[in-house]
Design a protein around this ligand. Structure first.
Ligand code: C2E
Ligand code: MG
Ligand code: MG
Ligand code: MG
Length: 288
């Protein structure tokens, strides 16, 4: 009996695994066509200076509206794109598209773009960045690239070399999701970061957990002593914002200040103003 139970459990497990693998494969192949089918879009989320309340920039966040399954989270499809290598094409599209849009914003806000470890390992990133800047006319000082420690740890020497080249262009580099992953202090010492983004997992606990608050304080002190501004991610309540203000945090991003939204919506609502004759939100998607 027990043996039969185990056998059927294993069978069931195999079946579920098969279905999962098949569903993933299906999704991966749908994703390959998503760019041409115009199912991909970029939403933008505001980043704000805590002391002045002024907008400092917008983070570009990739969105996929699947024709049958509806909206699929980047947390789900980015890993698929990384496995298949498709991230190189998607990443290049996001970079070009976001730079092109941001070049027409008035005043000239920064645009922050997420990079995948795969882009670091398998593309000539400095060349891509130069091309995106030239094609869009965006000032390098308006571009910020976000990367996580995982990105860097894949190949430290290569990463450092690329980051130096990119930074020499006048583009800034932010360390995303700080506090998760390895968070080696050595990373902060050896790499030229212009901003630390404190992971949002700390924010949900900041008002209730002394530990979370202590870590936030420590990261802010670290930022101060290294002269690297810190942005707090995932600010959802006025209480969290006030606490971070009191602790001396530089910038904030989160639902309280603005949810990620399509560019057209930000333009319609007057959050972003486009220069006359600038490249608005329409435009043909460039084929890659
Ligand atoms: P991330 O770069 O850390 O982006 C911040 C995520 O937090 C976004 O999730 C954003 O919508 C979400 N968020 C912002 N404020 C709040 C808040 O107050 N509360 C909560 N609960 N969440 C908030 P999203 O858009 O789902 O993106 C998830 C991740 O997918 C990103 O994390 C980034 O790692 C990746 N990603 C998104 N777009 C791209 C892209 O173009 N390229 C690459 N390589 N990765 C991307
Ligand atoms: Mg990010
Ligand atoms: Mg983050
Ligand atoms: Mg993240």
């Amino acid at each position: 009996r027990a043996k039969a139970d185990i056998t059927s459990a294993v069978c069931f497990y195999d079946q579920v695994m098969d279905e999962t693998v098949r569903a993933r494969r299906h999704l991966a192949s749908d994703l390959r066509e998503a760019l041409e089918n115009r199912e991909l879009d970029i939403h933008y989320q505001v980043q704000t200076s805590i002391s002045t309340g002024q907008i400092t920039g917008y983070e570009a966040l990739l969105r996929w509206r699947h024709p049958r399954l509806g909206n699929i989270s980047p947390a789900e499809f980015i890993p698929l794109a990384e496995e298949s290598g498709l991230i190189l094409k998607l990443g290049a599209w996001v970079l070009t598209e976001a730079c092109l849009r941001a070049a027409s914003w008035e005043p000239p806000y920064k645009v922050a773009i997420n990079l995948s470890p795969v882009q670091f390992a398998h593309s000539d990133l400095p060349k891509l960045v130069v091309e995106a800047l030239l094609a869009s006319g965006l000032s390098p000082s308006q571009l910020e690239l976000e990367l996580t420690e995982t990105t860097i740890f894949a190949d430290r020497d290569r990463s450092l070399h690329m980051l130096r080249q990119i930074r020499a262009l006048g583009v800034s580099i932010a360390l995303d999701d700080f506090g998760t992953g390895y968070s080696s202090l050595d990373t902060l010492r050896s790499f030229p970061f212009d901003k630390i983004k404190l992971d949002r997992s700390f924010m949900s606990e900041v008002e209730s957990s002394p530990q979370a608050k202590a870590i936030i304080r420590a990261v802010l002190a670290l930022g101060k002593s290294l002269s690297i501004p810190v942005l707090a991610e995932g600010i959802e309540t006025a209480g969290q914002l006030e606490l971070l203000r009191l602790e001396g945090c530089d910038e904030a991003q989160g639902f309280l200040l603005g949810r990620p939204a399509p560019l057209q919506q930000l333009l319609d609502e007057g959050h972003i103003v486009a220069k006359p004759g600038g490249n608005l939100s329409g435009g043909e998607p460039k084929a890659f």
